[in-house]
Write a protein that binds this ligand. Structure first.
Ligand code: AP5
Ligand code: MG
Length: 406
């Protein structure tokens, strides 16, 4: 293992988507991504693909070494998975031993000195096959090969699970490579990130897009409130002031309806009754939007989340993007005013769900039953802020910006 390995490390429109692997527990981030410490990793090479590649290496070694009784020397820690699977496929007489490479700073002339620890195997006069998990620049394998050659091995070969040919700059021949990879940071199948991930039975690669950017300075606002509270009205002003991306699930769904998409047809059947569209539909939509606007300075979530499931999914999605909700601003407006506003708007807006009083009432009932409980969800995180939503649009805006400042 390289001791000095470096950590290289539905249609969406802006309104006018891991199992998390943490020590001792998995937590879903999205389909099959995992999180180790602070980094997100994506599935890279499956257990089946690894098995096929290891089989080829075993066959090639068998062709060359059958009858020679070689000594395999595995370089710990990273090689343990590869060494075990490789040895299961080697069915001729051989021995195996494991070493660790120690590195310490020597004199000015000797530079970094490397030593093999735990070699209890006589290698003098033997054919040796070193087993590595990964070869990148080749510092470690160069040192190990040199030490074993100097101990009098009659031949030294190298078998590695992974090889990064683009960064390898040594002369030592790497005889058996199971899989060539680009210079990316991988974990699993013996390889770790800061101690964790070695036990994963397949390989994962560091998600570049997710990790390149530090999103600590983003501003993410949940603009909350019942139908007609003024979310859309205020979002437009907040978007302009803070240069944020405005994501209104209602607007996105209406766009799908206007475009007569399959999703639009599905959404329409719920929206026209004042019911909520199924969680998975809107969660997917928001996941896609977050991926699309990776460079955003932040987001205004208008009309999302509307259920606890949506709120939890949003937290997970934002965590994948190394960010989180900063504040939940809840516009408080009484029911009578809400109905007045919506009916008034309905005369011009053309919104189907504004035209019918019973649908308007159902939207408010649905809000109180399914959405209002999210106030406690955010209050528990210390993020809930009630904002009086009556008065002029500018007055309400002033209250919102003061709350954001504080
Ligand atoms: P959505 O589009 O989000 O509608 P809504 O929540 O019902 O809210 P509105 O857009 O009607 O009101 P608003 O708060 O934006 O207020 P506005 O600024 O327009 O959702 C529609 C449907 O889509 C849902 O019912 C559901 O079916 C589905 N859906 C959407 N998201 C979903 C999700 N996450 N999960 C599941 N389903 C989802 O203002 C209203 C009116 O008041 C305007 O005319 C405005 O001019 C006026 N006004 C604004 N401020 C003031 C003020 N201060 N004084 C006087 N009038 C004002
Ligand atoms: Mg709206």
């Amino acid at each position: 293992m390289e001791l000095t390995r470096e950590l290289t490390l539905f249609s969406c429109f802006e309104s006018s988507n891991m199992d998390t692997f943490a020590p001792f527990k998995f937590k879903t981030v999205s389909l099959s991504r995992i999180k180790i410490h602070d980094k997100i990793f994506e599935p890279f090479i499956s257990a089946e693909e690894i098995d096929k590649a290891v089989t080829v290496v075993a066959e090639n070694i068998t062709k060359k070494y059958r009858g020679k009784k070689p000594v395999f020397i595995g370089v710990l820690n990273g090689c343990f998975y590869f060494a075990a699977d490789l040895m299961k496929k080697i069915n001729f007489s051989c021995e195996i031993s494991f070493v660790k490479v120690a590195s310490y700073v020597g004199t000015q002339t000797t530079g970094n000195v490397r030593q093999l620890l735990g070699l209890d195997q006589k290698v003098s006069g033997r054919d040796v096959i070193i087993i590595e998990d990964i070869v990148d620049t080749g510092n470690t394998i160069e040192a190990v090969t040199e030490i074993i050659t100097n101990m009098g091995a009659s031949s030294v070969a190298v078998a590695t699970l992974l090889m990064k040919p683009d960064v390898y700059d040594k002369k030592v021949k790497i005889d058996y490579v199971a899989i060539d990879i680009d210079p990316e940071f991988v974990v699993g199948y013996g390889l770790d990130y800061d101690g964790y991930g070695r036990n994963l039975n397949q390989l994962y690669v560091l998600s570049q897009a997710e990790n390149l950017k530090s999103n600590e300075d983003m501003l993410n606002i949940v603009l909350f409130g019942p139908p007609g509270a003024g979310k859309g009205t205020q979002a437009i002003k907040l978007k302009e002031k803070y240069e944020l991306v405005h994501l209104s699930t209602g607007d996105i769904l209406r766009n799908e309806i206007n475009n007569e998409t399959e999703l639009g047809t599905l959404a329409k059947s719920f929206m026209n009754k004042g019911e909520l569209v199924p969680d998975e539909v809107v969660i997917d939509m928001i996941g896609n939007c977050l991926n699309e606007y990776r460079d955003a300075k932040g987001f205004i979530f208008d009309g999302f989340p509307r259920t606890t499931e949506q709120a939890q999914a949003l937290d997970n999605l934002l965590e994948e993007h190394s960010t989180e909700i900063d504040t939940m601003l809840s516009l408080e407006v009484d029911d009578e005013e809400l109905v007045d506003r919506i009916i008034k708007r309905g005369q011009e807006s053309g919104r189907e769900d504004d035209k019918n009083e019973s649908v308007i009432f159902n939207r408010i009932i649905t809000y109180n039953k399914k959405t209002a409980p999210l106030k406690s969800y955010y209050d528990e995180q210390g993020k809930y802020h009630a904002i009086a939503g009556v008065g002029s649009v500018d007055d309400v805006f002033e209250r919102l910006t003061s709350s954001i400042k504080s």
